[in-house]
Design a protein around this ligand. Structure first.
Ligand code: Z5A
Length: 226
């Protein structure tokens, strides 16, 4: 007898510069999907599993930076490996949708395009850590650098290792994300994130409906109407 295996859930990632609204949109999208009865797991990088969260502290407090960009890339990869094995792959396998705040494209852009780590190293690490757990859809939230900065300026906390980079770094970062989106138009969608959170969320929702829900991506049983 042939057993029918449950279909893998959908995997969505959010990318973009600082203050582009990724965390806000991860929550809004998860809320909308849950209203449709979909099992949703929200997560983030670096982090998303106990081991990777421990590595996040080292990556963001600047301890790793003196080791150089290649070593830093390998620690991001080690964190990703644990995150994929522990959180992402098991969730997708049970049919849940996974929404992740940053993923492999952040490495391609921060460590690759801007950190000058050889693309071959980055692709090799991707094969090892991600394998075929590639996002089905990636939203690249695009805002002018000064808009992103203004949104996070009120936080008043100490800047992390990446936030401390010069403004020119963030301008190049924006360009690198846009170039990446152009190179993978099937997976990546650039969203103008300078609009209100609700407007951005609606644009994202329409894309999810168009690209994933209409394709009959797996869902758990819809909730009974009350
Ligand atoms: N990094 C890397 O180098 N390599 C890698 O492989 C990975 C990561 C995975 C993680 O930083 C750092 O790690 C990141 C890259 C590097 N470096 N930086 N910078 P993080 O996780 O601490 O922070 P972040 O990812 O940059 O996110 P963020 O700066 O915290 O912002 P956000 O998530 O994009 O935005 P938000 O928290 O949703 O919103 C920020 C504020 O704006 C907040 O007050 C909101 O209420 C407000 N907001 C949100 N949307 C709007 C709109 N549409 N209008 C007005 N106000 C808004």
């Amino acid at each position: 007898m042939i057993e029918s295996r449950p279909k893998r859930g959908s995997f969505i990632t959010f990318e973009g510069g600082e203050g582009s609204g990724k965390s806000t949109q991860v929550s809004l999208l998860a809320e909308r999907l849950r209203l449709r009865g979909i099992d949703v797991v929200t997560t983030r990088e670096p982090g998303g599993s106990p081991g990777a969260e421990a590595m996040r502290l080292l990556l963001l407090n600047g301890v790793v930076k003196p080791l150089g960009p290649t070593a830093e890339t390998m620690i991001f990869a080690a964190a990703r490996d644990d995150h994929v094995q522990t959180t992402i792959a098991p969730s997708l396998a049970r049919g849940a949708w996974v929404i992740c705040d940053r993923f492999m494209d952040s490495t391609r852009v921060y460590q690759g395009a801007l950190g000058s780590v050889d693309e071959r190293i980055i692709r090799t690490l991707e094969r090892v850590t991600i394998g075929d757990t590639i996002p089905d859809l990636t939203f690249i939230l695009d805002v002018p650098v000064e808009v992103g900065f203004a949104r996070v300026s009120h936080r008043g906390q100490e800047k992390d290792r990446f936030e401390s980079e010069e403004i020119e770094f963030h301008i190049q970062l924006r360009e690198a994300f846009l170039a990446l989106a152009r190179s993978e138009p099937k997976r990546c969608l650039v969203i103008d994130a300078s609009q209100s959170p609700e407007t951005v969320a609606t644009r994202i929702w329409l894309a999810v409906v168009e690209r994933l829900l209409k394709l009959g991506a797996p869902q758990t049983m819809p909730r009974a109407a009350s």
